[in-house]
Ligand binder design. Structure first.
Ligand SMILES: [Zn+2]
Length: 312
């Protein structure tokens, strides 16, 4: 995995530097102090060996930095690997949670498989459910930044309900760092008719919508937004979906496919308007939830939170 935490009870995450010559220096820069428990020295065959440690953001097991010392042209980028011993004051080794961890390379083949789930009572599932309930606006904020598409509060609440019904928080591939995208991946296709798009004709999504003769982008009262509407008098069956959540074997990078399509129910036809593979930024969401909302966003969020709390 590329991401690591420095404490168990924290969501703050860092990424391993992909440059083998800089990786140790970059790692040391993320430490609050250049000392134990993150730096460990042990004696091996009479010589002193230094190892660098973090915590897996998914299963909270200790990890160790590897892939920067002995290298050849086929070596993977440096990465964090699960470490099968407890590190005092950092993390306890827990074999069961390691075996279930989707970031353990042995589990990569089932990454993105929506039928692979954790238990309702799993601590990570509980954390995810709590985060979705308390950060729903930020989940949509990240998706909006990635796609240019935004939804009304009513639509967002509908999607949240759908996520709860599907128990998306139990989905094995979901952890805090990829939450906005694993949230989206569990949802069915959603109509974007009368929803919103960023008012920027250079944006590839806007360009694709603007080129479709059936679609009209109408001005709105909302700053920098256009409304997705029909160019004719008829209702437009236009949908988005997020599918194929994937993890790259050699780098641990994650991606998801986003597409927009038109449907013709009478002819049972689908026409794809836009498709993009989104590279997931694995520290963006955790950085966001560790920051304060602006007053304006806090106000908007409070309105939304009332609606979320009514559901439970
Ligand atoms: Zn793990």
């Amino acid at each position: 995995m590329r991401e690591y935490k420095l404490k168990i009870n924290s969501s703050k995450t860092y990424l391993v530097d992909s440059d083998p010559t800089k990786v140790v220096e970059s790692f040391l820069d993320t430490l609050p102090e250049k000392n134990k428990p993150w730096i460990q020295t042990t004696k091996k065959d009479g010589r002193e060996v230094t190892t660098y440690h973090g915590v897996c953001p998914c299963c909270n097991n200790p990890t160790v930095l590897v892939g920067y010392e002995t290298r050849n042209s086929k070596s993977p980028q440096p990465y964090m690997k699960h470490y099968n011993k407890s590190i005092p004051s950092l993390a306890q080794y827990d074999e069961a949670s390691y075996k279930g961890c989707i970031l353990a390379s042995g589990n990569y083949s089932s990454f993105g498989n929506v039928s692979k789930t954790r238990k309702n009572t799993d601590p990570l599932s509980l954390t995810i459910l709590d985060t979705v309930k308390n950060q729903l606006d930020r989940i949509f904020y990240v998706l909006e930044q990635d796609t240019g598409i935004s939804f009304s509060t009513t639509q967002k609440i509908e999607m949240f309900k759908e996520y709860l019904i599907s128990s998306g928080y139990n989905y094995s591939s979901s952890y805090l760092n990829n939450l906005p995208w694993t949230f989206a991946n569990i949802l069915k296709s959603h109509s974007i008719y009368k929803q919103f798009v960023i008012d920027d004709y250079k944006h590839p999504v806007v360009e694709a919508l603007a080129h479709c003769k059936n679609i009209k982008l109408e001005p709105t009262n909302i700053k920098n937004k256009k409304q997705i509407s029909s160019a004719t008098n008829s209702f437009l069956e236009i949908f988005i979906e997020f599918r194929n959540l994937k993890i790259e074997k050699s780098t641990g990078d994650q991606s998801i496919d986003f597409r927009i399509f038109l449907k013709n129910s009478h002819l049972n036809e689908i026409k794809e308007l836009y498709k993009q593979t989104i590279q997931i930024n694995l520290t963006r969401f955790t950085n966001l939830i560790n920051s304060k909302r602006s007053d304006y966003r806090q106000e908007k969020w409070e309105e939304m939170k009332v609606k979320i709390d009514e559901i439970q």
